[in-house]
Design a protein around this ligand. Structure first.
Ligand SMILES: Cc1cc2nc3c(=O)[nH]c(=O)nc-3n(C[C@H](O)[C@H](O)[C@H](O)COP(=O)(O)OP(=O)(O)OC[C@H]3O[C@@H](n4cnc5c(N)ncnc54)[C@H](O)[C@@H]3O)c2cc1C
Length: 276
């Protein structure tokens, strides 16, 4: 299986964690659960399942948390998720925002004497549902006050945006670790796809100029440009004492391996100072 091979290639880097995505509304519930349990059994890397709450009831979430507690999962990325595209009713569930899920996971911990470490999403360039950035920061603070232990950001290509947002978090006394999300561009299609999935993400002019200079059909040039851009982003983030870097690997390993080598860190732990 491709995924197994990719994971095997990344294990020697000793990443602090591997995160496993979750289809909103539970569409990949079993797949997420099975992969997390398998990673825990077969590798020594802590697996961090993503969990979205939109459309879920309290009992459904409790069922998932019970399975994770039994499997020895220690950390969860708590998310709202996005409303279902199939038109089914997102209000059918008991949760409105990720902060409700954070609170619920904390109350589960109290009821079952099991403490998960909880991560939440951060959006350095803002979240499309909340154009008011001051409000967006208040909502992030609500997740932290509800009991989040760390923040993992949406992918970004502009470090200035991230560093300024991190400063604004600190001004608001959000002092938990902030892990920066980096996605090396690999194909022209992935750029278009990401622009849709991570709405609001800025593609800096300098990056766009480089991509425009590459021939239309030269995908090798595109992936080299993406790799170089992501490497320079990581180098700059390390210079600015980033708490950690989370690679959106999209089930690939080559780019992450090459970036890691170029940065000169001994293991991926060198990329993380504080985190889950
Ligand atoms: C690192 C990362 C991993 C992700 N993994 C997944 C995944 O595995 N599966 C998946 O389906 N999606 C995933 N997503 C996408 C995510 O679910 C969506 O971006 C979603 O729209 C926002 O989720 P959230 O947890 O930030 O929600 P929230 O924190 O609830 O925020 C959602 C919106 O509501 C606003 N808001 C929050 N609280 C309030 C309030 N009290 N009143 C009014 N407005 C409020 C916020 O400002 C924001 O605009 C991921 C995103 C990131 C950054």
């Amino acid at each position: 299986m491709n995924l197994d091979r990719r994971i095997a290639e990344l294990v020697p880097l000793e990443p602090s964690f591997v995160s496993v995505t979750y289809g909103a509304g539970g569409s990949t519930r079993e797949l997420t659960n099975d992969l997390v349990v398998r990673l825990l059994e077969e590798t020594k890397i802590p697996a961090v399942p993503h969990l979205t709450c939109i459309g879920h009831t309290h009992d459904e979430i409790d069922g998932i948390l019970e399975r994770y507690a039994e499997a020895g999962v220690t950390a969860i990325l708590a998310l709202r998720g996005d409303p279902p595209r199939d038109g089914s009713d997102p209000d059918a569930g008991h949760f409105d925002h990720a902060s409700d899920l954070v609170e619920h996971i904390r109350s589960f911990g109290d009821r079952h004497r099991y403490r998960f470490r909880i991560g939440v999403a951060g959006f350095p360039e803002g979240h499309p549902d909340t154009p008011n950035t001051l409000e967006g920061m208040n909502h992030l603070k609500m997740k932290v006050d509800a009991g989040a232990d760390w923040i993992c950001t949406q992918l970004f290509f502009d470090n200035h945006a991230f560093l300024d947002w991190r400063d604004r978090c600190r001004i608001e006394r959000i002092d938990i670790p902030i892990i920066a999300g980096i996605m090396p561009i690999s194909t022209r299609r992935s750029v278009t796809r990401m622009a849709g999935l991570a709405a609001g993400t800025v593609f800096p002019a300098s990056l766009q100029r480089s991509l425009a200079r590459a021939g239309r059909d030269d995908e090798d040039a595109v992936s080299e440009i993406g790799l170089h851009w992501a490497t320079e982003q990581c180098r700059n983030l390390l210079d600015h004492d980033v708490d950690g870097i989370h690679f959106y690997t999209l089930n690939k390993s080559d780019a992450t391996l090459r970036i890691h080598r170029s940065l000169g860190v001994r293991s991926a732990r060198g990329l993380q100072r504080r985190g889950p």
